[in-house]
Structures are given as C-alpha cells and as structure tokens.
Design a protein around this ligand. Sequence first.
Ligand code: HEC
Ligand code: HEC
Ligand code: HEC
Ligand code: HEC
Ligand code: HEC
Ligand code: HEC
Ligand code: HEC
Ligand code: HEC
Ligand code: HEC
Ligand code: HEC
Ligand code: HEC
Ligand code: HEC
Length: 290
Amino acid sequence: MEGKQCVRVLIFISLVSFFAVFFSITAVSAAQQPTAQQQLTNADCVKCHAGPPADIAANGGKHATITCQDCHVGHPPAVPREKVIPSCSECHGGKPHYELKGCLSCHRNPHTPLVITVGSNVTDPCLTCHSQEIKQLTEHKSKHTSLYCSTCHPVHGKVPQCLQCHKPHSSEMVQADCNKCHKAHMPTVVAYGDVPSKDCGACHKRAFELLTGSKAKHRTFNCSFCHQAKHKMIPECEGCHGTPHPAGIMAKFTKCGDCHHTAHDLNNWTSVMQKETPQTETPKKERKKK
Ligand code: HEC
Ligand code: HEC
Ligand code: HEC
Ligand code: HEC
Ligand code: HEC
Ligand code: HEC
Ligand code: HEC
Ligand code: HEC
Ligand code: HEC
Ligand code: HEC
Ligand code: HEC
Ligand code: HEC
C-alpha cells in the first residue's frame, strides 16, 4: 500500500515537473497563457500512455472514430480526474440499455467497447435488448426459468450445449438430438417433427420393443408418424383408417382393439380367428369383400 502511494507521489511530482517544463517551453511562443488541454494533442498521449492507444488500435470499434480528447477533456492535475474521465451518458442516451447502472461492469474497458465481460447472476440487463427468451421462459415455467441468463450464457453471444449440464436419455443420443424435441427457453414443452423411434425408445422401451418386434405394417412407421408433434398425444385409429368395417359390426364392439389388440402389436389374423370364434363370420365377410 505504502509503496504504491509512494509511486503515485513520484509519478505526480514527475508529471507536475513535466508539465511545468512542457508548458514553460511552449508558452514562450504563445501570446496568452494556454490551458493544459489546448497544449496536449492526441499524438502526445501515447508518449506516456501506451495501453489505451494500443487497445483502441486493436479493438476500438466505433470508439476509434473519435479521439482521446473527445472523451478526455483536460488532464490531471490541472483538471481533476473526475472531470477527465467522461461518463458514458455524455454521448449515449435515449435507449433503455443506456439507463443501466455500471456500464463498465460489462464494457470493462472503454477503449475496447465491444469486448464484453458478462458478470454472474445477470438477467435484467440482457432484457434491454433481448425480449423473446424471457417471454418463453416466463410463459412456460420450468426449472430453467429460475436460472440467470448468464448461468447459461456466461460469454455474450455464445450458446451452451445441453450436455454441459445434462446427461442424454440414451448413450446413442448426441447434442444435436436435443433440439429435435426441446427448446432451451421452454424445455418442458416437448414438441417434435419426424424423429427416429429409438429416440422415443430411450424412455419407452416396451413400446419400442413391441412395435419393432411386430410383424404388422405399423412396424414400418416411426413413433412420431402416429404420435404427432406433441409429447403424450395419442391418435385415434379412425383418424387414419376412417370406418373400415360396416356399422353393424362396430355396434357390437366398442373398441378396435377388441379384435386388433394394440397399435404397437396388432394381432395377426389367425389369432383373431381363434380368439373370436363366435364372431368370426363378420370379419371373414370383410376379408372376402376385399
Ligand atoms: C508526460 C506524460 C503524459 C502525457 C503526455 C499524457 N499523460 Fe495522461 N497521465 C499521465 C500521468 C503520469 C497520469 C497520472 C496522474 C495522476 O495519477 O494523478 C496521467 C493521468 C491521465 C488520466 C487519468 C487516469 C486516472 O485513472 O487517473 C487520463 C484519462 C489521461 N492521463 C489521459 C491522457 C490523454 C488523453 C493524454 C493525451 C491527450 C495524456 N493523458 C497525455 C501522464 C501523461
Ligand atoms: C469513448 C471515450 C474514450 C476514448 C475515445 C478514450 N478514452 Fe480513455 N478512458 C475512457 C474512460 C471512460 C476511462 C475510465 C475507465 C475506467 O474507469 O476504468 C478511460 C481511462 C483512461 C485512462 C486511465 C486508465 C487506463 O486505462 O490507463 C487513460 C490513461 C486513458 N483513458 C487514455 C486514453 C487515451 C490515450 C485515449 C486515446 C488513444 C483514450 N483514452 C481514448 C474513455 C475514453
Ligand atoms: C465522447 C462521446 C462518447 C463517450 C463519452 C462514450 N462513447 Fe461510446 N460511442 C461513441 C460514438 C460516437 C460511438 C459510435 C456510435 C454510432 O456509430 O452509433 C460509440 C459507440 C459505442 C459502442 C459500440 C461500439 C461499436 O464498435 O459498435 C459501445 C459499446 C460504446 N460506445 C460504449 C460506451 C461506453 C460503455 C461508454 C462509457 C464508458 C462510452 N461508450 C462513452 C461516443 C462516446
Ligand atoms: C450486462 C452487461 C452490460 C451492461 C451493464 C451494459 N452493456 Fe452495453 N452492451 C452489452 C452487450 C452484450 C452489448 C451488445 C454487444 C454486441 O452487439 O455484440 C452492448 C452494446 C452496447 C452498445 C452498442 C450497441 C447499441 O445497442 O447501442 C452501446 C453504445 C452500449 N452497449 C453502451 C452501454 C452503456 C452506455 C451502458 C451503461 C449505461 C451499458 N452499455 C451497460 C452489455 C452491457
Ligand atoms: C445492447 C444490446 C444487447 C444486450 C444488452 C445483450 N445483447 Fe445479446 N446480442 C445482441 C446483438 C446485437 C447480438 C447479435 C445478434 C445477431 O447476431 O443476430 C446478440 C447476440 C446474442 C446471442 C447469440 C445469438 C445467436 O443467434 O447466436 C446470445 C445467446 C445473447 N446475445 C445473449 C445475451 C445475454 C445472455 C445477454 C445478457 C448477459 C445479452 N445477450 C445482452 C445485443 C445485446
Ligand atoms: C448451465 C446448465 C444448463 C444448461 C446448459 C441446460 N440446462 Fe437444463 N437444467 C439445468 C438445471 C440446473 C435444471 C434444474 C435441474 C433440477 O433441479 O433437477 C435444468 C432442468 C432441465 C429440464 C427439466 C425442467 C423442469 O422444469 O422440470 C429440462 C427438460 C432441461 N433442463 C432441458 C435442457 C435442454 C434441452 C438443454 C439444452 C437446450 C438444457 N437443459 C441446457 C441446467 C442447464
Ligand atoms: C438453461 C440454459 C439457458 C438459460 C437460462 C438461458 N438460455 Fe438462452 N439459450 C440457451 C441455449 C442452449 C440456446 C441455443 C438455442 C436452443 O438450444 O434452443 C440459447 C439461445 C439464446 C439466444 C439465441 C437466439 C435463440 O433464441 O435461439 C439468445 C438471444 C438467448 N439465448 C438469450 C437468453 C436470455 C436473454 C436469457 C435470460 C432471459 C437466456 N437466454 C437464458 C440456453 C439458455
Ligand atoms: C425424442 C424426443 C426427445 C429428445 C430427442 C430429447 N428429449 Fe429430453 N425429454 C423428452 C421428454 C418427452 C421429456 C419429458 C419426460 C417427462 O415428462 O418426464 C424429456 C425430459 C428431459 C429432461 C428432464 C429430466 C428427465 O430426464 O426427465 C432433461 C434434462 C432432458 N430431457 C434433456 C435432454 C437432452 C440433454 C437431450 C439431448 C441429448 C434430450 N433431452 C433429447 C424428450 C426428448
Ligand atoms: C425422457 C423420457 C421420454 C422420452 C424421450 C419420450 N417420452 Fe413419452 N413419456 C415419458 C413419460 C415419463 C411419460 C408419462 C408416463 C405416464 O404418465 O405414465 C410419457 C408419456 C407418453 C405418452 C402418453 C402415455 C399415456 O399413457 O398417456 C405417449 C403417447 C408418449 N409418451 C409418446 C412418446 C413419443 C412418441 C416419444 C418420442 C417422440 C416419447 N414419448 C419420448 C417419457 C419420455
Ligand atoms: C397415423 C395413422 C395411423 C393410426 C393412428 C393407426 N394406423 Fe393402422 N395403419 C396405418 C397405415 C398407414 C397402415 C398401412 C396401410 C397399408 O400399407 O396398406 C396401417 C395398417 C393397419 C392394419 C393392417 C396391418 C397389416 O399388417 O396389414 C391394421 C389392422 C391397422 N392398421 C389397424 C389399426 C388400429 C386398430 C389402430 C388403432 C389402435 C391403428 N391402425 C392406428 C396408419 C395408422
Ligand atoms: C401406427 C400408429 C402408432 C405407432 C407407429 C406408435 N404408436 Fe404408440 N400408440 C398408438 C395408439 C393408437 C395408442 C393408443 C393405445 C392403442 O390403442 O394401442 C398408442 C399408445 C401409446 C402409449 C401409451 C400406452 C402404452 O401402450 O404404453 C405410448 C407410451 C406409446 N404409444 C408410445 C409409442 C412409441 C414409443 C412408439 C414408437 C416406438 C409408438 N408409440 C408407435 C399408435 C401408435
Ligand atoms: C370384430 C373384430 C374387429 C373389429 C371390432 C375391428 N376390426 Fe378391423 N379387421 C378385423 C378383421 C378380422 C380384419 C381382417 C380383414 C381382412 O383381412 O381383410 C380387419 C381389417 C382391418 C384393417 C385392414 C384392412 C385392409 O385393407 O387390410 C384395418 C385398417 C382395420 N381393420 C381397422 C380397424 C379399425 C380402425 C377398427 C376400429 C374402428 C377395427 N378395425 C375394428 C376385425 C375387426
């Protein structure tokens, strides 16, 4: 602590003497007493401050289109430090984003304004620019809703992998599969297009084994061919088959499954005949009709 203070004092003294010499030389030709800022040019800064000019050259973004002295008016000790350091609001205003507190907590270095460090536990500041995600998170409450944006997005603009935090449902599933059924900001709303049956089979082992082991034509379909779009949707046989048998037959049987067993494991006809002996007449007619 003491050493650091000592260095500051030394720097201060050398600075005062530097300016004393600097201004006494330049003042000779000036008719009036110049102020420090009139004398210092942007080209002078780099002589004593290597960092900021290098930062701006490398990564200044649009701050490279203005000069040091557009932001730093005057110089210590003639002008106190508080006045030499500009506040962002001098130039940025009129948007919710510019009403945030602590600009420098993310824009750590004003000389590299687009190099952004996102702190931990950040949500509200993100909402000054992104509105869709919070809408999804709050309209479809899940355990993701209580996480901070920055928990998943610690680096601005980067998107995390689900597998950083979760295990897949089966050893065959990879990261690219997750988005077939889940959206990050509403993960419990499981919706899908055409997905391979083995993805469903990761959790529905019995249905998967019955269907793939069956001999009926249903075997050739993906689960999602019948259970369309939304998880837990159960289709009606009639949705695809209409009314395949005369009304008279159907009056006696409430469910298709009474004769056909289940969609995953349709009876083959021999077993239907055996089981349903008293009623076999009608199905037989059906068959002849074809
Ligand atoms: C001769 C060397 C020298 C030159 C030239 C010089 N500075 Fe400085 N500057 C210093 C020193 C030394 C300090 C530290 C003063 C202090 O701590 O009170 C300083 C402080 C500052 C500070 C305040 C930093 C802080 O955190 O307290 C700013 C801003 C600054 N200079 C910007 C500039 C700009 C812009 C230029 C060019 C227009 C410039 N300086 C030219 C030596 C110089
Ligand atoms: C867009 C406005 C802006 C421009 C342009 C700018 N600065 Fe700064 N500068 C700042 C702000 C704001 C701070 C205070 C940063 C902080 O508090 O951490 C700062 C801090 C400084 C400091 C003290 C801290 C440090 O990083 O060493 C120096 C020295 C400095 N600037 C010099 C310069 C020089 C030299 C240039 C031109 C090459 C320049 N600045 C251009 C806004 C600017
Ligand atoms: C003296 C005026 C001035 C000050 C002070 C200033 N800026 Fe800027 N800043 C600008 C200008 C001019 C631009 C370019 C604006 C544009 O093109 O719309 C800019 C652009 C930016 C950009 C976008 C950069 C890019 O490349 O797209 C960021 C981020 C930024 N400023 C942050 C800050 C922060 C944070 C502060 C305070 C630490 C600050 N600015 C202080 C003038 C300033
Ligand atoms: C929580 C972090 C965070 C805080 C706090 C923050 N910013 Fe930003 N800012 C960002 C991010 C992220 C971007 C987007 C950068 C990009 O486009 O890649 C940005 C972009 C900008 C831009 C350029 C784009 C635009 O929309 O104008 C400016 C200017 C800016 N910020 C100024 C400020 C000012 C001024 C403050 C304080 C009032 C501030 N920022 C506070 C994170 C932050
Ligand atoms: C000043 C406005 C601003 C702020 C504040 C801001 N962003 Fe961004 N963000 C942007 C812009 C602009 C992009 C680039 C969009 C693009 O490339 O289409 C972006 C991109 C992103 C992306 C990548 C988008 C993609 O399609 O790959 C993510 C993720 C992101 N931001 C998350 C966040 C999070 C989390 C926060 C809060 C820590 C945040 N942003 C704060 C403006 C901002
Ligand atoms: C940074 C870590 C992280 C990432 C990345 C992440 N999650 Fe999560 N997720 C969590 C945490 C923490 C929980 C809550 C776990 C608990 O309480 O058991 C959770 C819970 C869930 C839940 C259950 C939600 C509920 O309300 O029951 C689902 C589904 C989920 N995540 C899917 C995903 C998917 C899909 C992805 C990728 C798009 C993903 N997660 C990315 C951390 C993460
Ligand atoms: C559980 C982790 C998690 C949380 C919490 C989270 N995100 Fe995301 N975000 C992701 C993942 C993963 C993606 C990639 C897209 C996907 O898988 O659906 C993403 C994508 C994005 C994108 C790119 C555009 C898009 O929607 O695909 C933006 C912007 C974004 N997130 C902003 C935010 C903001 C703002 C918050 C806080 C309100 C937030 N995220 C909270 C994990 C998360
Ligand atoms: C074929 C669709 C599908 C795919 C692909 C899928 N999920 Fe799921 N996931 C679900 C369903 C359905 C649930 C809900 C189960 C329930 O209601 O309990 C779920 C639940 C979750 C849960 C909540 C906890 C649990 O295990 O029940 C997490 C976490 C999760 N998935 C992560 C992932 C990740 C990571 C991936 C990518 C490797 C992924 N999911 C791929 C359909 C899928
Ligand atoms: C992460 C595990 C998981 C995945 C992957 C998964 N499910 Fe489920 N599924 C469940 C759970 C858990 C239930 C609820 C079981 C219950 O209520 O008894 C369920 C329920 C169902 C139901 C409703 C059952 C009933 O009796 O009402 C159907 C239909 C269904 N799933 C089909 C599918 C299809 C099709 C896929 C693939 C697109 C799939 N599931 C992927 C875990 C999963
Ligand atoms: C999403 C549509 C869909 C649903 C729901 C559906 N099926 Fe099918 N089913 C088909 C298609 C397509 C075929 C094959 C037709 C062909 O190739 O001639 C088929 C074939 C059949 C066959 C002939 C089997 C064979 O191997 O020849 C029977 C019997 C059958 N379905 C009964 C049912 C019953 C009973 C249900 C309800 C428990 C049902 N289906 C639900 C679409 C569906
Ligand atoms: C041909 C259409 C069809 C196909 C293909 C299909 N299902 Fe089904 N599923 C149904 C019908 C119809 C029901 C309602 C019960 C019944 O009548 O068989 C059902 C019921 C279910 C149920 C709830 C009752 C039970 O049997 O557990 C689950 C879970 C289920 N299916 C998952 C799956 C999975 C996983 C796959 C893929 C391996 C799949 N289904 C393939 C039509 C189908
Ligand atoms: C009384 C028993 C019985 C009931 C109830 C029944 N079926 Fe059938 N169904 C049969 C028999 C037996 C056949 C075989 C006829 C044949 O081979 O042509 C058949 C054939 C079919 C076929 C295949 C036709 C073809 O062209 O190959 C479909 C599809 C079908 N039934 C759907 C249904 C649906 C959907 C229901 C419920 C609405 C239903 N069945 C109710 C006994 C029944």
